[in-house]
Design a protein around this ligand. Structure first.
Ligand SMILES: Cc1ncc(COP(=O)(O)O)c(C=O)c1O
Length: 381
């Protein structure tokens, strides 16, 4: 008998973002604006705490859900931002990736549906597919990347188990408005589904008055899962540390998945992560804000329509006028202009490309100049 693997895997493709990054790396002199990761190293004072952790003998299995000090620091950090979860309602995970995996795995039965406003980070669809459930894409492109109550209502079925919302968004950089959050809240309450808030960019916001879902709708805490990460605001992508928070009965179920998948996050990095939460990320944020302005100005001068990014470190210009698929545009940009972007099709946003400005200022300026020349040549035919 032939050996058979999990059939859900046949519907999964390796990360397209990595594919384009690899193509950029293999092209001499190419500047890559593909990866969503801070170019900076983790600040030295945070790294120093790892040595402390090792010296203190934190080399043993930690509690499954994380060291009490870190869970306490996370609970306080969320509390300062107006989101109330007790330390016991927090699980320290291997990045937001594992938090999303554990939450969805805990919720989904085969054939369940998860609504994902598009464009979106592709990870959600891959996890849902592995759970043998189904993503129901919600096109937000006609509504300035906001969630409209009637459009959302039309997507809800008796099989709807959850919605995943990302604000600020990857790949658009857009922040969900109060109306969008209210539309989600109203339907989640009325039609009984979970709300998974992927808040990994919530400290990288460049507009006033930002509110996350959990902050605005504490009355729905029994069906809300907040996912967050040390990766982006603290330049800690390689540490693979994040967390999730949810109401005690729900978190107890999600924690079972976490326990059997990874047992616990690494022990000796957890005191450093707690310290990171006490540091001021405004230096990073202001740096990204400056780059964001630069990108918006350059793309507008180039004549590429771009939704105004309000956070994260992405811009998502339209390339529809060229009549190329976003994959073709990106391959040609690498080969002909030496600048690497990510096709919007990988996020369910064909007709656009994603540009990450989490790189150095020099690279960004040169890449934008190259992109401008490339677009000019395309227009000249
Ligand atoms: C929206 C979003 N969620 C989750 C992640 C994964 O983050 P982590 O590094 O914490 O696994 C990313 C990484 O790019 C992301 O953009």
């Amino acid at each position: 008998m032939p050996l058979v693997l999990n059939e859900a895997l046949s519907n999964l493709r390796p990360s397209g973002i990595r594919r384009f990054s690899a193509l950029a790396q293999a092209t001499s002199g190419c500047i890559s604006l593909t990866l969503g990761e801070p170019g900076e190293d983790t600040p030295a004072d945070v790294c120093a705490k790892v040595r402390e952790g090792l010296a203190a003998g934190e080399t043993h299995y930690p509690p499954n859900n994380g060291m009490p000090a870190l869970r306490g620091a996370i609970s306080e950090h969320m509390g300062r931002r107006g989101v109330a979860f007790e330390p016991d309602e927090v699980v320290v995970t291997s990045g937001a990736t594992e938090a999303l995996f554990a939450a969805l795995q805990a919720m989904l039965n085969p054939e369940d549906e998860v609504i994902v406003p598009m464009p979106a980070f592709l990870l959600y669809e891959s996890i849902v597919t592995l759970c043998r459930a189904r993503v129901v894409p919600l096109d937000t492109s006609g509504a300035g990347y906001q969630i409209e109550a009637d459009v959302l209502a039309a997507a809800v079925t008796p099989r709807t188990k959850a919605i995943v919302i990302t604000s600020p968004n990857n790949p658009t950089g857009c922040v969900l408005s109060a109306e969008s959050l209210d539309a989600v809240a109203e339907l989640a309450a009325e039609r009984d589904f979970y709300v998974i808030c992927d808040d990994v960019y919530d400290q990288l916001v460049y507009v006033d008055g930002y509110q996350g879902f959990a902050q605005r709708h504490p009355e729905l805490r029994d069906r809300t899962v907040v996912v967050n990460s040390f990766s982006k605001p603290y330049a800690m992508t390689g540490w693979r540390l994040g967390w999730l928070a949810a109401d005690a009965p729900l978190v107890a179920e999600i924690a079972k998945v976490h326990q059997y998948a990874v047992s616990s996050a690494v022990a000796f990095t957890q005191r450093a992560a707690a310290f990171a939460l006490s540091t001021d990320v405004s230096v990073f944020r202001e740096r990204y804000r400056t780059r964001c302005d630069l990108v918006v100005r350059a793309l507008s001068a180039t004549g590429l329509p771009t939704p105004e990014p309000a956070g994260a470190f992405y811009a998502f210009p339209s390339i529809e006028e060229f009549g190329l698929s976003s994959e073709e545009f990106c391959v040609r940009a690498i080969e002909e202009a030496g600048v690497a972007l990510v096709p919007g099709s990988l996020f369910g946003g064909e007709g656009h490309v994603r540009l990450s400005y989490a790189c150095s200022d020099e690279d960004l300026e040169e890449a934008l100049a190259r992109l401008g020349r490339f677009v000019g040549e395309l227009r000249r035919g």
